[in-house]
Ligand binder design. Structure first.
Ligand code: AMP
Length: 380
């Protein structure tokens, strides 16, 4: 019997605990917020990341620690790793917390990135703009996720407002990539170094937040070996254990590395019902040293994210092969409060299902790009 401690008590921790329960695993979750939604399914320790008394007690209660949030301070992860096993390791966490370290690593393993320049001052930003060109995105090096800590620059007049908007924090200026598609590789690496990957997932974002995912990504078979090779090198370089995601842009048939998530990832939520073993189950298997589960897709899956508030569940629940996930969070603008996964055996069946659900929920705009991608793949 293992007890897994999770730093961060959001929906990812909640879904990890739900996936681990059938394996007889127990969970304890640490979060600074009393109503963290994982606390509805596992014991919650309410503590700050720097409350080392509470963390020492937590470390005594668990066999292994992991994360639902990549911005847990790397110092806390290192401190914990002297008291219990921690997967992924603190170095992997620290690398993915800093966009500069992350992009430098991508380049070292042979994965191209959008052009970028380091920005530590307003003068740097002027210089970086000459180097990178317009349009561009200024991104804080740390603590950015879901499009937070980003400012889009369209003209040189945006330099001042961009620098102010990010509060003068160390940043990178990145060329805006007019990509054709966004893809992610969700993969899991075991303690013995075995790596298993789910099929490539195609993703659509709205305001920097994931809106929809489609798996397996149509028309991506040719890119899969290269994407997988990048994921494998990345995981080996970091001596990574557990599930992770590598987010990629496709531009003129080439892959560019956007970012890496050192944890289970929103673009892998479809695997709960759409794969033989989910990304959550595989993460807990990996951190406990158990054999990894089958990552093959079962037909076609689409995940629709519910941001801000939940639509009515009835229209989705009435649909065959549709799955509803309510994270038990209160509604708030920009907050991920739930998702639905739709499954089908074929692309035309999925198009029908998406059309019906989009219409019933008044979410036609959310499903439209997914339908277009499925139809384009069918027509090709
Ligand atoms: P990030 O938090 O860096 O993953 O950014 C969130 C989303 O913003 C990405 O998934 C893209 O849709 C978009 N984005 C970020 N960086 C770029 C870029 N350099 N060019 C174009 N779109 C981007």
């Amino acid at each position: 019997m293992h007890t897994i401690g999770i730093l961060g008590g959001g929906q990812l921790a909640r879904m990890l605990a739900l996936a681990g329960a059938p394996l007889g695993l127990r969970f304890v979750v640490v979060d600074s917020v009393a109503d963290a939604c994982a606390g509805q399914v596992a014991p919650l320790v309410q503590a700050d990341w720097r409350d080392f008394n509470a963390l020492a007690d937590f470390a005594r209660r668990i066999d292994v620690a992991t994360f639902d949030f990549e911005n847990v301070p790397a110092d806390t992860a290192r401190w914990l790793s002297e008291r219990t096993r921690v997967f992924p390791n603190p170095r992997a966490l620290a690398t993915s917390q800093d966009r500069l370290a992350e992009k430098t690593l991508f380049q070292r393993i042979g994965l191209d990135t959008p052009a970028f320049a380091v920005v530590d001052s307003c003068e740097d930003l002027h210089r970086a703009l000459e180097q990178v060109g317009l349009p561009a995105i200024l991104k804080t090096r740390r603590l950015g996720y879901d499009g937070k800590g980003q400012y889009r620059l369209r003209s040189p007049a945006d330099v001042g407002p961009a620098w102010q908007a990010l509060g003068g924090a160390p940043a990178i200026l990145e060329a805006f990539v007019p990509f054709e598609r966004e893809l992610s590789v969700v993969a899991v690496r075991g303690q013995d170094g075995e790596l298993r990957s789910y099929p490539l997932t195609r993703n659509w974002h709205a305001d920097g937040i994931l809106s929809a995912s489609l798996a397996p990504a149509p028309d991506s078979d040719a890119l899969m070996p290269l994407a997988l090779a990048h994921a494998q090198r990345l995981a080996e370089e970091l001596d990574y254990v557990g599930t992770f995601a590598l987010e990629l842009f496709v531009r003129e048939g080439r892959l560019l590395g956007n970012e890496m998530a050192p944890r289970v990832h929103n673009s892998g939520h479809w695997t709960i019902e759409g794969a033989a073993a989910s990304q959550f189950e595989n993460h807990v298997r990996a951190v406990c040293g158990l054999p990894l589960g089958d990552t093959r897709a079962l037909g076609v899956s689409v995940m629709l994210n519910w941001i801000g508030d939940l639509p009515p569940a009835h229209a989705v629940l009435a649909e065959p092969r549709a799955h509803w996930h309510d994270y038990g969070k209160s509604p708030r603008a920009g907050r991920k409060v739930g998702h639905a996964t739709l499954r089908a055996d074929t692309a035309p069946e999925m198009v029908e299902r998406l059309t019906r659900i989009g219409c019933a929920l008044g979410r036609e705009a959310q499903v439209a790009p997914v339908i277009a991608a499925l139809q384009a793949a069918g027509a090709a």
